[in-house]
Write a protein that binds this ligand. Structure first.
Ligand code: ZN
Length: 267
């Protein structure tokens, strides 16, 4: 079994000092690779340092919830790092729009989202999207500034919106949310979307799956059980879910695919 956690904030303060142990536990649970997205300029150095582990790769970007403190100079810093073309830097992310939090300045969100889509075009990189109650605007900006695709993390839209994202080269991220029986809309999507369009993620330390109680942090090792939930929803084997979702991540993150030599895949 080989799984990829396509979205994990392994650099989060909650995990301070525990990363080597968490990576070990994840690998023991079949999670071969963890994609660690940045959220702001301060996190750029942290996520790239984590990617010194052979089990981690990273993305750089400015997250809409961190836009308030972001400055134009942060975009220049981002571009300088993109220009270095580190093989372990596999995407721009996480970026997007968040209309759920009313205090977030929408104009500034739009400005940073568009600027980062333009960087994705310039450096031919996929993007990792954060979208909350803003999917129509995200689709609008993607149409104006087409990128090579990527991942819509923690997807929570309609089947029709899923199809529009798929047509633009995106895979849809499924994680802890689909483990709750009351999440009927997300579970229906997890059951009915083409398996070729699904990638798995934990979003750890956030979105703890249903079996983590008492405010426990989510961790990348939970991905195997999340894969099992998707397998049960679809009535297929978890090994099939692992195989296809891993292939899907490699398809949208070609620089990650390049890191897998045939010999490594056999391990
Ligand atoms: Zn995230």
């Amino acid at each position: 079994m080989m799984l990829i956690d396509s979205h994990c904030h392994l650099d989060a303060a909650e995990f301070q000092g525990q990363q080597p142990e968490l990576i070990k536990l994840a690998v023991a649970a079949g999670v071969q690779t963890i994609v660690v997205p940045a959220v702001d300029r301060d996190s750029f150095a942290r996520v790239s340092a984590l990617a010194e582990s052979p089990h981690c790769v990273y993305a750089l970007g400015i997250h809409p919830m961190y836009i308030m403190h972001a400055q134009a100079d942060d975009l220049r810093a981002l571009e300088q790092l993109l220009a270095q073309a580190d093989p372990r830097l596999v995407a721009i992310g996480e970026i997007g729009l968040d209309y759920f939090v009313p205090s977030l300045d929408r104009d500034k969100q739009h400005e940073f989202f568009v600027a980062q889509l333009k960087l994705a075009q310039r450096y031919d990189l996929p993007v990792i999207l954060h979208v909350r109650q803003a999917i129509d605007d995200v689709l609008k900006y993607l149409r104006r500034h087409p990128v090579r695709g990527g991942i819509a993390h923690a997807f929570n839209g309609s089947m029709q919106q899923a199809e529009q994202l798929m047509a633009m080269g995106f895979k849809l991220g499924f994680g802890g949310a689909c483990t709750y029986t009351r999440a009927s809309k997300i579970r229906k999507l997890g059951a009915e979307l083409p398996l070729d369009s699904i990638v798995l993620e934990t979003d750890a330390p956030d979105i703890p799956p249903s079996w983590l109680e008492n405010g426990e942090y989510n961790r990348p090792q939970e991905l195997l059980k999340i894969a099992d939930v998707i397998a049960q929803l679809r009535g297929i084997l978890v090994s099939q879910v692992a195989e296809i979702t891993t292939k899907n991540v490699c398809e949208v993150l070609p620089k990650l695919a390049k890191l897998y030599t045939p010999a490594k895949v056999l391990l």
